[in-house]
Design a protein around this ligand. Sequence first.
Ligand code: DGL
Length: 266
Amino acid sequence: MSVTPPAPDAPVLLFDSGVGGLSVLAELRRELPAAPVLYAADLAGLPYGSKTEAQVAARVCGLLGRMAERFHPRLICIACNTASTIALGMVREVLEVPIVGTVPAIKPAALATRSGAIGLLGTEATIRQAYVDRLEAEFAQGKHLLRHAAPELVAAAEAKLRGLPVDQGAIARAVAGLRDQPHGAEVDTVVLACTHFPLLRDELAAAFGPGMALVDGAVGIARRIAYLTEGQAMARSIPDRAVVTADPGPLAAALASYGLATIERF
Ligand code: DGL
């Protein structure tokens, strides 16, 4: 069976509830500078972390179905841990385009830790997913995996990219949420299990103090996208763009600074 190759300007669609996917975009540009990109932010649905599984699944499947039809992406990356841990399987079942998910980087963290105590910061929805239980059982057996929901960090990252000051209290509460658990003092590696959180890497590194490894999946995801699109013709015939489901306001400048020159409402 012959498969028609994607058009050279068919984009890689990066999807998130907000600005979190930009942490994946930054790595994708390093790995695959020629790839045309369409960045999709479901700002009307943000935050996903406080929604139910059914709400997240319905939004993500519905939006990605319509976006696939409209934009003919060569590949879709769900650049959101919450959406991926809930809906990755469902999206793969309904769409024919290759789908790359973003799941908590427990495997590399388990390889990196020396103390055997790993922290995991994610949204409320992500940390309760069976997907995370399975990753823990598969890769972190015999280790302590301490989970903490840090929805305030999503808001802090969104604010930072809108040019507002970062809420240092939110950073401190996220750190304490891990430190104050049993084995919290032993944690030497923290999984940033939300794509928003690497946008606060400097603030989190400063608050955790020296020697803390902060692990996220962005490099691995970018490599996976490069692998799945290897050999495909790529041409950026139009500037990369963003689609958003609500008014981006001051976010437009941040999107532009990531090379997303035009923003459309979807
Ligand atoms: N960026 C999303 C993630 O990786 C979550 C943000 C939200 O709560 O919408 O989980």
